[in-house]
Design a protein around this ligand. Structure first.
Ligand SMILES: Nc1ncnc2c1ncn2[C@@H]1O[C@H](COP(=O)(O)OP(=O)(O)OP(=O)(O)O)[C@@H](O)[C@H]1O
Ligand SMILES: [Mg+2]
Length: 569
């Protein structure tokens, strides 16, 4: 093997030698001194055929360790069986127990030319050379490789570091992230919310507008710690207040259908007529509009007289309208009572996303829409209306709002797969539009889900960047593999073993798929939610005043009853 001509800069440590059959896509190497771990990026220097026939060129081939195995060729299975049979320990024999071989399996990422400061990355079309030395690159080379030719020119957000290389940061390219959508997928506790928080924090530092759809209050820490964001930033927390506009007219019959037992053909046409006669005027809230429709239906039913079919249909519609009104009121109350328990957060009523969109989306502003207390259908309705309006402003190019990123937690509730749940989910169509056209209008999505297999596959596959963390459920693993074309078998095998905060990131926001450990921005976590310390909560629990009083009065009454009983005896 000819010695490569160009000397590489920095400290490239030799950590092993290529063994076995190597190809253009994968190779294995014997690892010395255990200097390597799964997820490590390694390099091999070798000569490969160049474009001019008969000539060769120097190259640095890059690989990522996908698995490590360990075996001792001097301790065969037969010996182990013999020892077990004789009840002997290996140390009592001449067998060697200290000559383990550690073998690492790698996938090939591509190659660069040695000394190329731009680290232009090319696909390898020639097999890796057996017996080549495997090198551990210095942090500077690995960082250069991750950044690529764009260098510092392109805006990036730091997300964490390469697994087992705390000295090498991983940054996501902002461009694809905010316009071409990203999905963070992991089972519960995998570190999705921590990762999303890290991304939001970095975007907020850049002043990029972010809207967070937050069903559990996981992001209220941004409000608590808003002063830690750069000067001029603001964090506003909204509670749902659904203002309608003519654009949302399609949603009204959907809600009425889904929140009640549905309508017959005759009832549906009565409803259609009612809606046609009483179109939404901008500014109606959902509840107000239902009330108005109910009044109009009553007027119409009374004016028709007799007991005709259309009168009967109108009565059914009226009843359904009042059921929906009551449900919406009840959920509104629930949201309010949860908000009352969340101290020190100034919740604001959600401004009208049609008439005052800049209240919600504005530079240097993180907006959190707190959806707690509402059922899935209503959450989906709210999200559909708000995003439909905001997207409309972007699509009309009316300059009302800047480009923005929407974070969708529990995304499987808003973009479900499976026809049955899709029918129940008004947000699906809206998000479909945002995903397919977001690139043109700067309306990116960050989807977060712990049940990937419940998401709509077609929509999910339109995300251009994925971060997949711990996934144990086989359905979820298979689904993710189907959706992410470039996930290899080796990478899929890593998914169940990831610890919290570790995962594979792949797609347009990075140059090649790699294993990262996500940075945790603990200062933006809320201290009041998500701790799940039920043991302490139960130990410190006291009954509410009213319940305690009720119990005292019950006890007094029982005492009196006993006394009466005694006297009468
Ligand atoms: N990058 C990280 N570094 C260190 N610890 C982490 C990291 N990510 C997650 N963790 C730990 O795991 C816990 C759960 O993380 P997180 O709340 O992000 O999970 P999740 O995937 O959002 O779960 P769920 O689906 O239940 O919402 C955190 O409270 C933290 O203790
Ligand atoms: Mg979470």
């Amino acid at each position: 093997m000819a010695e490569p001509a160009v000397k590489l800069e920095g400290d490239w440590q030799a950590i092993g030698s290529v063994v076995g059959t190597a190809s253009h896509a994968a190779f294995s190497f014997v690892l010395k001194n255990y200097r390597g771990r799964v997820g490590d990026v390694v390099a091999v220097r070798m000569r490969i055929p160049s474009d001019e026939a008969g000539t060769e060129k120097d190259s640095v081939v890059w690989g990522r360790v996908t698995g490590i195995s360990r075996f001792n060729p001097f301790f065969p299975t037969e010996a182990a069986l013999e020892l077990a049979g004789e009840n002997l320990r290996p140390s009592d024999t001449v067998l060697s127990t200290t000559r383990d071989q550690v073998q690492a399996d790698c996938i090939v990422l591509g190659y660069t030319l040695p000394g190329d400061p731009t680290y232009e990355f090319r696909p390898l079309t020639y097999p890796v050379e057996p017996a080549s030395t495997v090198l551990r690159p210095p942090a500077s080379a690995l960082s250069g490789l991750l950044t690529g030719p764009a260098g510092a020119k392109e805006a990036e957000v730091p997300i964490g570091h390469v697994a087992s290389r705390p000295d090498v940061n991983v940054n996501l390219r902002v461009g694809p992230l905010i316009s071409r959508h990203m999905a963070i997928l992991a089972m519960t506790g995998g570190g999705k919310t921590v990762a999303a928080r890290t991304i939001i924090h970095d975007l907020a530092e850049k002043g990029y507008p972010v809207l967070i759809l937050d069903p559990h209050g996981d992001y209220l820490g941004f409000y608590d710690n808003r002063l830690k964001l750069p000067k001029g930033s603001s964090v506003r927390v909204f509670f749902p207040h659904i203002s309608l506009s003519p654009e949302n007219s399609g949603i009204v019959p959907v809600i009425l259908e889904k929140m009640t037992a549905g309508q017959t053909e005759a009832q549906r046409s009565a409803l259609e007529q009612l809606l046609k006669d009483n179109p939404i005027t901008t500014g109606h809230t959902l509840g107000e509009y239902f009330g108005l429709l109910r009044g109009k239906a009553a007027q119409k039913a009374n004016s028709e007289g007799g007991a005709g079919q259309s009168k009967a249909s109108l009565f059914v519609i009226m009843r359904q309208l009042s059921i929906v009104e009551a449900k919406l009121r009840e959920m509104g109350r629930m949201n309010e009572s949860i908000r009352e328990r969340i101290r020190n957060v100034e919740f604001e009523q959600l401004p009208d996303s049609h008439r005052a969109p800049s209240q919600i989306i504005s530079p240097n502003q993180v907006s959190i829409l707190y959806l707690g207390g509402y059922d899935h259908l209503t959450q989906s309705t709210i999200v559909s209306i708000v995003l439909e309006n905001l997207f409309g402003h972007r699509a009309r190019l009316d300059d009302e709002i800047p480009p923005f990123l929407t974070v969708v937690e529990e995304a499987h509730n808003f973009i479900p797969g499976g026809t049955e749940s899709q029918e129940e989910t008004p947000s699906l169509e809206t998000l479909r539009k945002v995903i397919t056209e977001g690139r043109k209008f700067g309306t990116g999505l960050l989807l977060v889900s712990q049940r990937p297999s419940r998401l709509d596959a077609t929509l999910l596959s339109q995300c251009n960047t994925f971060m997949v963390m711990r996934l144990v459920n086989p359905n979820d693993q298979n689904f993710v593999r189907r959706v992410m074309e470039n996930m290899s078998d080796e990478d899929a095998a890593l998914l169940p073993a990831f610890g919290p905060g570790s995962g594979i990131v792949s797609g347009q926001a990075v140059r090649f798929p790699l294993v990262v450990n996500v940075d945790r921005h603990q200062e933006f976590e809320s201290s009041r939610m998500g701790q799940e310390d039920f043991l302490t909560e139960a130990a410190n629990w006291e009954p509410p005043r009213s319940a305690a009083k009720a119990r005292e009065s019950d006890a007094r009454q029982a005492k009196r009853a006993r006394r009466r009983q005694k006297r009468s005896n």
